[in-house]
Design a protein around this ligand. Structure first.
Ligand code: F6R
Length: 260
């Protein structure tokens, strides 16, 4: 894993947005998007660049996860989050987002359908991830199979409490989600993880320097050959090898590897 520690969120936004330059000449066509607070500086930078160059005009986007029980038009759904924060400001139609239907009559069937849709599309060349304070990626909570595919998961109390800030009342946070599995995520050609703030410091250290374990699903990223994790100083605070990472010579963005 390439660990990149930034002195400001503005610097983090520029460095992560640089990984999308392949979209300018069509090398990058399918991008997976996380929701939540962590990727917002990146998304704002992508929108600013796109307004100057239009370089994301042909890209297709894929949802990472969705709450079970919330339809795609619900203001708290992750589909709406991505339309509001990414596709809308980019001026792209909603159809450009491959969405998970949280209100599907059978969420288990919907999970299988979405996994098949991803495979049929050829997978994503680039996946954006956040990191849960409990070490989750997507909504693969601790204990998730490291080979899992898109499926229904139950949120932990920690995650429901972390996400309560987006809802009118804590009890409104759904208990279940449909999420790409760890195995699904690991098929992406390249992965960018963004984690900021002191609340992520333990999860970052366990993900980057801890053993590979389903207790910390983020640690599965150690198996992927092309992962960058971008941090601010507070999120990097518990890394034993922080000084070493600061000397990292970053690989230039290059031709995307095909999805695995
Ligand atoms: C969101 C997702 C989650 C979040 C994680 C961090 O689509 O899959 O894994 O990335 O919970 O959330 P924030 O960035 O809000 O701290």
């Amino acid at each position: 894993m390439e660990v990149v520690i930034h002195s400001s969120l503005a610097e983090l936004a520029v460095a992560t947005a640089d990984r999308f330059e392949g979209a300018a000449d069509g090398r990058l066509q399918r991008i997976g998007l996380a929701t939540g607070s962590s990727p917002l500086p990146l998304y704002d930078e992508l929108i600013a660049r796109h307004r100057r160059t239009g370089y994301l005009a042909a890209v297709e986007f894929f949802q990472l996860d969705e709450y079970v029980g919330l339809g795609g038009d619900d203001p708290n759904s992750y589909r709406q989050f991505l339309l509001e924060h990414v596709l809308g400001p980019l001026g792209l139609p909603a159809e450009r987002l491959h969405a998970i239907d949280g209100a599907a009559a059978d969420p288990f069937d919907e999970a299988d359908r979405y996994e098949a849709e991803l495979v049929a599309a050829g997978g994503v060349e680039l996946q954006v991830l956040g990191l849960g304070s409990d070490g989750h990626i997507g909504f693969n909570e601790p204990g998730s199979s490291l080979g899992s595919l898109t499926r229904v998961k139950t949120l932990t109390a920690t995650t429901r409490s972390d996400n309560a800030r987006f809802f009118a009342a804590p009890e409104d946070v759904p208990h279940h989600v449909i999420t790409q599995g760890v195995g699904t995520i690991l098929r992406a050609g390249e992965i960018i993880v963004i984690a900021t703030g002191a609340g992520k410091a333990d999860a970052v250290a366990a993900t980057v320097e801890g053993p590979l374990t389903s207790s910390v699903p983020g640690s599965a990223l150690q198996l992927h050959p092309r992962v960058q994790i971008h941090l601010d100083e507070p999120a990097a605070a518990n890394l034993a090898r922080a000084d070493y990472y600061r000397e990292t010579l970053l690989a230039r963005p290059r031709l995307p590897d095909p999805p695995r």
